[in-house]
Design a binder for this molecule. Sequence first.
Ligand code: NAD
Length: 252
Amino acid sequence: MNDAMNFRGKTILITGGSRGIGRAIALELAARSANIAFTYHSRVEAARAVEQELQALGVEAQAYQADAADFEAAQAVVRQVRERFGALHGLVNNAGMTRDKLLIMMKEDDWDAVLDTNLKSVFNLSKAVVALLLKQKQGGSILNISSISGVIGMAGQTNYSAAKAGMIGFTKALAKEVASRGITVNALAPGLIETEMTEGLSAEYRAKLLETIPLGRFGTATEIARIAAFLLSEDARYITGQVLCADGGLVM
Ligand code: NAD
């Protein structure tokens, strides 16, 4: 199959698509002819701009305001996507946030916010999307954007590491539940990627982190997007329940 046509006629829903890795995945899939539905949390102007960028690539695109951590809001988004696009073929659970602190400094709210946004959101969206995919009887793909923090743990990120490790357990359990219906579920665990999430890191901390990356650099959102596109594509139909670290060799 021509790679550029890989996703023609398919619709993929991405959470947190207005910037960073989510936006890059949306653009990569649209370049391969996918129609894109994406959620955004608060920046309506950024979301509208991405919607236009996607439409300029010749695909259908629609942004939906929703807090991915809100169960009812997530169900409503999936209902609206079905009404607007007719069918759904894939989901990327990308919405995420950090609130880095040492455990002894961490407040209950820091724990709850990070677990809700990174992990409960995955339950919220996946539940609604799996119900729809089962009804459609055409299989589908779910991709969870975890992190190497969920694989090896990072100091100052007990909340985030727990949430991202939780995503990995969720990925493997759901993969086993839905494999017989032709639905694949995988996790992508990026290392350090240049986005708003990492731009606040101090020069000193960045230099220290770089020493731990064999390839000697941070990754880009586009690099992650290309791997995501592969895992969502027909070329990856025989891969499920896997965690792929894209981290310049950090976890080896
Ligand atoms: P980012 O901060 O640029 O983007 C995060 C996205 O999530 C934004 O679009 C934001 O609006 C959305 N979001 C946050 N809270 C939300 C909520 N409650 N409801 C809906 N959307 C919400 O960061 P990014 O680097 O693009 O991160 C994307 C994903 O990749 C996240 O899950 C993050 O944990 C993961 N990740 C990032 C890195 C990195 O180094 N940048 C590394 C590993 C994993």
